[in-house]
Write a protein of this length. Structure first.
Length: 281
């Protein structure tokens, strides 16, 4: 859930229905009125602050740490955050700022950041660390190698890129297993809001969309997306370690849509789904 898109009064609608809430560290556009350019707070800082607020409401909250924003000086703050109850972190590279130079990053690879976090807690109880893997990478062997490096560095679980059904993703997970990846893999099921939204995300992030999915969403822009993901959940939840939900229409409050989806899932006899997260093992 994106913090400034959420209506706080809606949070109780998810109580008892999700295992955790993950909060992304998305880079704001310059014309975003919620976080204007002169408001000098990094997306990572907003994610952590929001996670603390969500945690105080009784939900398990998972902030995102990014190679883009994280500095070595931040390592000293992690133990304090852990003591405050943030026991899970999702490590991502992060969408770069305009004109960025990777030479300015303290951590140039996700596995480097994961390894640094692990070393900070060496010999102590430590947080659970998640990482991402992209089943659509053009160079699959390279992506599997990168994913393996993240696990070897200390990632406790993986979250896939957006999926809309079992198309491609189960085969990819099999490839990960064949290459020795044993940690839990959560499939991210993403709810589209209409065909234009679906095609925009598909083009921007290189996510192939099955023709059946396009046709369903075209015929029924809102209900079709929810129905598709409910079907995907029913077919996948017994095949994978967990399900991680996201909503592609980022400019709107996602909780009503999540609620519709959870209702549809429970109608089919399924009781619990993980919302953009996994509980600490």
């Amino acid at each position: 859930m994106i913090p400034d898109r959420v209506v706080p009064a809606h949070l109780p609608l998810l109580d008892g229905r999700v295992d955790a809430v993950t909060i992304p560290a998305l880079r704001s556009r310059e014309n975003d009125p919620s976080y204007p350019v002169e408001f000098h707070v990094t997306p990572q800082a907003r994610s952590i602050a929001s996670a603390c607020i969500v945690k105080s409401t009784g939900f398990e909250a998972i902030p995102s740490l990014t190679c883009r924003d994280f500095r070595r000086s931040d390592l000293g703050h992690l133990q304090l955050l852990f003591k405050k109850g943030l026991e899970n972190f999702l490590v991502v590279f992060g969408d770069p700022y305009p004109g960025y130079s990777i030479e300015n990053y303290d951590f140039k690879r996700a596995e480097d950041l994961i390894r640094a976090i692990r070393s900070t807690f060496e010999g102590q109880q430590r947080p659970c660390i998640g990482a991402v893997t992209n089943q659509y990478a053009l160079d699959r062997d390279r992506e599997i190698s990168r994913t393996t490096s993240k696990v070897e560095a200390g990632a406790d679980y993986l979250v896939t890129n957006s999926a809309f059904d079992d198309y491609f993703v189960l085969e990819y997970i099999d490839s990960l297993r064949t290459n020795g990846v044993k940690v839990p893999v959560f499939v991210q099921l993403s709810i589209p809001n209409g065909l234009n939204n679906l095609l925009f995300v598909s083009k921007r992030f290189g996510i192939p969309v099955p023709e059946r999915v396009k046709q369903t969403v075209s015929r029924n822009p809102f209900g079709g997306g929810v129905h598709l993901i409910a079907q995907a959940y029913a077919g996948l939840h017994n095949e994978v370690s967990g399900v991680h939900l996201s909503y592609l229409y980022r400019s709107h409050n996602p909780i009503p849509t999540y609620t519709h989806l959870l209702d549809a899932i429970e109608t089919d006899g399924q009781l619990v789904v993980s919302l953009k997260a996994t509980l600490r093992q």
